[in-house]
Design a protein around this ligand. Structure first.
Ligand code: NAP
Length: 339
């Protein structure tokens, strides 16, 4: 049986859910790929690194198994893995330190998977080209709409199509808040409810101000439209100024207010817009409730193709599946590079 060794840089919600999913899919991996997936390294900011080339039993992992002197770059530099999964928090303003982690792993000819959209929003072309030069994969399916195939749909199933424009609702928190406000719930109470349900961050500012949606739109445009923009290039308006009166006025006209993301090319230049928009009856955006999201990929040969992410419990499984689907893609594409 083959063995694929994985380094987890970041071991929070996504890292833990992915490690658990690997255990759940152990038989599937063996039966389908004749492969055992082994986690050989785990790193967190506070604990440092745990490096066990023979494989870490994640069920028995304790804090004293970590070495504080081993930071992410040291773990990545050890080379004791085939795939590095970058699962640290996003810095929307720089894409760091995740970009440095990915750059280092790729230069060591290691495959990379990331759920962190920062590097894709800031340095996609450089990282894609580096991966190509080194003959390894740079996968990032979980960065937008979790495990829903968006990049892979376009790359694998819309081959030969040129992506001309994108439209979607890409931020669950703001869609939830706007949906709650339509029921008469206040902005603050909607945030509290989202926190209680576990998907609204302690500081939801990046969602409310449209930064998260902008980073996702940027990542999608960079990858699918082959442009080179950053979140700073998006014309961005958040939902902070949307009032209950605005929502009521929209409702009276049979419309809804949604934080809509749109990207297209105008006069040869990429244009990206994130803004609260009035959506009308008959539009797909109008039907998106709560934490649902969608993206429509417009193409030259197939017109618009849409994928929807429906709310699902536990939601973190969607993200973990995005990471797992990238691992399966790597196994499919590079079976020879596995031990
Ligand atoms: N959660 C979701 O539903 C979701 C969905 C899609 C994408 N994502 C993306 O996936 C990534 C991980 O999300 P998460 O929810 O798992 O975050 P999280 O729970 O906050 O976990 C982040 C992990 O990264 C570690 N970390 C932080 N800085 C580090 C550094 N410099 N070196 C090494 N480790 C470091 C943290 O260590 P300490 O705990 O020791 O600080 C923690 O283990 C983020 O980029 C996020 O945007 C998340």
């Amino acid at each position: 049986m083959n063995r694929i060794r994985i380094a987890l840089i970041g071991y929070g919600n996504v890292g833990k859910a992915f490690a658990e999913m690997l255990l759940r899919k152990k038989d599937y991996l063996r039966e389908t790929f004749d492969t055992e997936a082994v986690i050989t390294a785990i790193c967190t900011r506070r604990l440092g690194g745990c490096l066990q080339p023979e494989g870490i039993d994640t069920k028995a992992l304790t804090d004293d198994m970590f070495d504080r002197s081993l930071d992410a770059l040291a773990i990545i530099g050890s080379g004791e893995y085939d795939v590095m999964a970058e699962l640290t928090p996003i810095d929307i303003m720089t894409g760091q330190p995740a970009t440095d982690h990915i750059r280092k792993a790729l230069s060591l000819e290691k495959h990379v998977i990331t759920a962190n959209k920062g590097p894709v929003a800031w340095h996609y072309r450089e990282l894609r080209d580096l991966a190509k030069e080194k003959g390894v994969s740079f996968c990032h399916e979980a960065t937008v709409m979790d495990g829903v195939p968006v990049y892979n749909l376009a790359k694998e199933n819309l081959m030969g199509c040129r992506v001309t424009a994108l439209e979607g609702i890409l931020n669950a928190t703001t869609n939830f808040i706007l949906s709650e406000m339509e029921k008469g719930v206040s902005f603050e109470d909607a945030i509290q409810e989202g926190r209680r349900q576990g998907f609204v961050e302690a500081d939801p500012g990046m969602d409310i101000d449209g930064w998260d949606a902008s980073a996702k739109l940027t990542a999608l445009m960079n990858v699918l439209m082959d442009v080179q923009i950053t979140p700073m290039d998006i014309r961005r308006t958040g939902i902070g100024e949307v009032t209950p009166e605005d929502i009521e006025a929209a409702k009276r006209q049979g419309k809804r207010i949604k934080l809509l993301c749109r990207g297209w090319i105008e006069d040869g230049k990429p244009v990206g817009v994130v803004e609260p928009a009035l959506v009308e009856e008959g539009s797909l955006a109008l039907t998106m409730e709560g934490t649902a999201s969608y993206v429509t990929i417009y193409t030259d040969l197939m017109g618009g193709v849409t994928v929807i992410e429906h709310p699902f419990e536990p939601e973190i499984d969607h993200t973990a599946y995005g990471v797992l689907s990238d691992l399966l893609r790597i196994l499919t594409d590079h079976s020879r590079s596995v031990q």
